[in-house]
Design a protein around this ligand. Sequence first.
Ligand SMILES: C[S@@+](CC[C@H](N)C(=O)[O-])C[C@H]1O[C@@H](n2cnc3c(N)ncnc32)[C@H](O)[C@@H]1O
Length: 266
Amino acid sequence: MHDRSPEILHNARAWDKLARQQVPLAQPAKDADLVEPLSQVDPLGWLGGSVRGLRLLCLAAGGGRHGAIYAAAGAQVTVADISGEMLALDRAVAAERGLALQTVETSMDNLAMFPAGTFDVVIHPVSTCYVADVGKVFSEVARVTRPGGLYVSQHKSPVSLQAEVRASDGTVRLREPYYRSGPLPAEAPCRLREAGTLEFLHRWEQLLGGICRAGFVIEDLVEPRHAEADAEFGSFGHRAQFVAPYVRIKARRRSSESNFSFLCAQ
Ligand SMILES: C[S@@+](CC[C@H](N)C(=O)[O-])C[C@H]1O[C@@H](n2cnc3c(N)ncnc32)[C@H](O)[C@@H]1O
């Protein structure tokens, strides 16, 4: 096992605990998720309508949902995660449903067990907030994605991690500086922050710039809509009327450095 930073070890233990507590993010795929599996996870059709036969890495995606859904859609799935207990849920659901998938316990910034170009697709649900150095993660993802392959990732939006929204009138206060280092102050568990974990804010230049610098071209970006018009004041849906919580990014692995020079010259 390569050296893991104290934050990463801390988060591995925190996620093991969340898995034991069966929090919503540690809920395996349900019957309904497996009927039209791809529509559950790719509502925008970024994966071109089929992943059958593709080598697909579900990165930091333990918990029994993503791996099972992509395996049911016919992909050759590997789930990599830092938490042994989240991965145990993937193995359990795969055994129960007769699905084939592999699990690998590792940190997202160390994919050394995979040779370059191993995967056609990397799916990365919200989780870059759990590492301090997101650039290292993107360069590892770029190395294991084949040229022309897809990297679909979702991240907590930096402004959402900075902001406090006053429930009474929606006044937004940016209580965390944008330029900051170290983990964010602990918060009461809620849909935006997971109990016991250490989370880091990454700026846009680190997220979007980092993905580009690692060797990808960004093809699309959306902010999945969680705002609810008639949401109760102070609820997640109410907060999301003022600040979008997440960003989802579609990026394609560049084929060669010469290609990159050409794009930069445009
Ligand atoms: C929000 S959950 C994502 C998967 C979840 N089942 C879902 O439905 O979205 C975040 C995952 O990131 C994992 N994680 C946290 N830090 C990690 C790291 N450094 N490397 C790999 N995985 C990590 C956690 O163990 C957890 O399974």
